[in-house]
Write a protein that binds this ligand. Structure first.
Ligand code: 3H9
Length: 687
């Protein structure tokens, strides 16, 4: 065994040279790895007794891509292109042996090998688009030459991972070898290449063609999905170059577009989000030494939309769920909705009928809380009323087995007060799911004063198990997400009272990158959430709309008018109501500029985020960003509100808040933390 450097070894097995890379956690292409590969291939090529070369990785995966943390720094050591040139032009066949994931630069390394073998569990993909990038080491030119333009478009603009079997069918992988026997399989493959004198296949020498219409159709079909993002279009242009230009010319297009993206604000934001998401998982005082509790069965109280959606997450992860409702009818309805949701997914081909039945078999219903006695985790998802919640928790305290986690799905109530209804507040935690709960990725995990560390650690781990991003937050009204949202809502309402129309506010936030603005959102959710006909007194625009049975999309009208396909149109009725309100209040509606709408809705949120940090209700600014990206549709290419504030500069945010404070009062009073950071020339990232 010859060590090439600290992360690379070279050995010869008979006439096969085997280069092994071992750079945990994911063998990313850091300068050390590139140096090791470069020197390893050089030595193997120069070894007169080596006839073929196998590249394999130790640890959990093949190369998972370029080292994202190195972007933006000065590059040192061998370049990836040096490594690729050596491999592709090697006079001896090079075989890449893939397990785990070959992603981004990792797949681009494999694509300059002459052959690729993989174990069945391996996955390959070019996920750079998710970092606001494109594959910058020849991947945009090589992938289409193997899989064709259409498949390349799909893979590169979604960043999806393709399993070994499918990759084999597409020609991306030449052979799938037995699981657990990658090394032997790759060496046997290399020997066969030698014995059969198979050619040194270079992907760059292949041809790819496509009708220009393929690109036009693809752009059109995905316009909505790609809105606001720069990277998908750049990926598409590279594939067009692969089709229309000689290989080396295509590479130049790739390089130029890659450099534009990697130095741009969008990719910086998306790379920040990549690390922020992983960071959110780390709780300073709850380290890996804290033991987690086994969660093998879950009880959910409430079979409404929320309870049903929550249950589906666990069923999808293979964890049995028992739902408790008060009335048989409500229970039957809830269970029926879950089945219908699964059947709809099956109809779309995303689930087999067998999967549907398996999930439904793991679901049971009951009218008795006492049936939850053996559950490891019980989640209460009834409506937001403190007395009802306390009553349920007091009952659970008597029913649940010792050590069971008792969770509330409350979206703003005080978890400590809920916990006080039990004799075991250490077992109580908030698990705030976002609607639709089986779809939205965010899970706010609310730590009460007395919540125990194992309960926190288990909840964080559970979030991962069910495919969510868990963010730990502290107890305060609305926690992180809804607390900041309420600032935006207040400003949206105030702007309308001062002369903006709901569609003006919505347009500005939509153009900023949100999927929809607050008023369109209210129409979608239903204006009558929390509204009651008996108590309604025409005192707000919303009340008047509800009284007129304009309760949102479901009634064909709300703030907007809707046609039969639910397309929204600004409504003269709403406009009139708003004008009447202004007249009654004696305000003189004024023209409000888009900048003002944006600043007042977004900067007040940032300010609230600063207060949340001051009070220690979020561990770090990036956790707030993860909440907003995954729970509220904040455009990922703007990195979340706190990153956005840093990117435009805190002095600007501060100056505008002071400007509005002078005109409109203390709703805009800057947080002390914001003043401090801006004064010190720092950002939230420096906390
Ligand atoms: C690229 O390749 C550009 C080229 O085309 C052009 C070059 C010119 N770099 O996710 P996990 C860390 S762009 C640095 O928790 P999992 C991660 O931060 C890249 N670090 O594990 C974490 O650190 P920590 C294209 C990386 O098992 C630890 O590894 N490639 C990188 O759930 C474990 O990660 C991608 O976009 C990296 N590339 O998932 C793939 N990757 O423990 C990005 C991971 O300190 N990576 N880390 O928090 C992934 O998708 C997942 O990490 C992977 C493993 C599926 C590999």
């Amino acid at each position: 065994m010859a060590a090439i450097n600290s992360v690379t070894d070279l050995v010869r097995e008979g006439d096969i040279a085997v280069i092994t890379l071992n750079s945990p956690p994911v063998n990313a292409l850091s300068s050390n790895v590139r140096d090791g590969l470069h020197d390893g291939f050089k030595a193997a090529i120069e070894d007169p007794d080596a006839k073929a070369i196998v590249l394999i990785c130790d640890g959990r995966t093949f190369i998972a891509g370029a080292d994202i943390s190195e972007f933006g720094g000065a590059s040192k050591g061998a370049s990836l292109f040096d490594v690729q040139n050596l491999m592709e032009n090697s006079p001896k066949p090079v075989i890449a042996a893939i397990h785990g994931t070959a992603l981004g630069g990792g797949l681009e390394v494999a694509l300059v090998a002459h052959y690729r073998v993989a174990v069945p569990s391996a996955k390959v993909g070019l996920p750079e688009v998710n970092l606001g990038l494109l594959p910058g080491a020849g991947g945009t030119q090589r992938l289409p030459r193997i899989v064709g333009a259409q498949k390349a478009l799909e893979m590169m603009t979604s960043g999806s991972h393709v399993g070994a079997k499918a990759a084999n069918a597409m020609g991306l992988v030449d052979e799938v070898v037995e699981e657990g026997k990658l090394r032997e399989g790759a060496i046997a493959f290399a020997k066969r290449v030698l014995a059969e004198n198979l050619p040194l296949k270079k992907v760059r020498d292949r041809e790819v063609s496509a009708d220009p219409q393929v690109f036009a159709d693809f752009r059109k079909a995905n316009a909505r999905k790609f809105r606001g993002f720069k990277a998908p279009e750049s990926n598409i242009q590279c594939i067009e170059a692969a089709v229309n230009l000689p290989f080396d010319e295509g590479l130049k297009v790739e390089r130029q577009l890659f450099m534009e993206l990697v130095t741009g604000a969008q990719s910086a934001a998306q790379r920040y989000v990549f690390f922020a998401e992983r960071q959110a998982n780390k709780i300073p005082d709850v380290g890996p030494e804290v033991e987690t509790l086994p969660i093998k069965s879950v009880g959910v109280i409430g079979a409404g939309t929320m309870g049903g959606g929550i249950s589906m997450n666990f069923l999808n992860a293979g964890i049995p769920v028992k739902i408790v409702e008060m009335k048989q009818e409500a229970l039957d309805r809830g269970l029926g909705v879950i089945r219908k949701n699964y059947e709809n997914t099956a109809k779309k081909g995303r689930l087999t009928q067998d999967d549907v039945e398996k999930r439904m078999a793991a679901l049971s219903g009951s009218l008795e809380l006492s049936d939850l006695a053996d559950c490891d985790l019980i989640i209460e998802a009834v409506f937001e009323n403190m007395e009802i919640k306390k009553d349920i928790f007091a009952k659970l305290d008597k029913i649940a087995k010792p050590g069971a986690i008792l969770a509330s799905n409350t979206s703003y109530l005080n978890v400590d007060e809920i916990a006080s209804a039990t004799s075991r507040p250490e077992s109580v935690i908030g698990l705030h799911f976002f609607s639709p709960a089986n779809v939205m990725r965010l899970l706010e995990i609310v730590r009460g004063d007395k919540t125990s560390k194992p309960v926190i650690a288990t909840s964080m781990k559970l979030a991962k198990t069910i495919g969510k991003v868990g963010v730990l937050v502290g107890v305060c009204p609305g926690f992180v997400g809804n607390r900041m949202l309420s600032q935006r809502q207040q400003q949206a309402q105030a702007l309308v009272a001062e002369g903006a129309m709901p569609w003006d506010v919505d347009r500005v936030l939509y153009d900023f990158g949100f999927p929809m603005g607050p008023f369109a959102m209210s129409d979608l959710a239903g204006l009558d959430i929390g509204w009651s006909a008996e108590k309604s007194s025409s005192s707000t625009i919303r009340e008047v709309l509800c009284e007129m049975d304009r309760r949102g999309q479901k009634t064909g009208a709300g703030y907007y008018d809707y046609d039969e396909n639910r397309n929204a149109k600004p409504s003269p009725v709403t406009e009139k109501i708003i004008q009447d309100f202004a007249a009654k209040a004696g305000t003189n509606p004024r023209k409000i500029e888009d900048d003002e709408i944006l600043e007042r809705t977004i900067f007040t949120m940032i300010n609230e985020g600063a207060k949340i940090l001051e009070e220690g209700k979020a561990i770090r600014a990036s956790d707030i960003d993860i909440v907003w990206i995954n729970g509220y549709g904040w455009p990922v290419y703007r990195g979340g509100p706190m990153h956005y504030a840093d990117s435009i500069g805190l002095p600007k945010v501060l100056e505008r808040l002071k400007h509005y404070q002078a005109q409109m009062g203390d709703a805009f009073k800057p947080a002390a933390l914001l003043e401090k950071l801006a004064g010190e020339g720092k950002g939230f990232k420096d906390l």
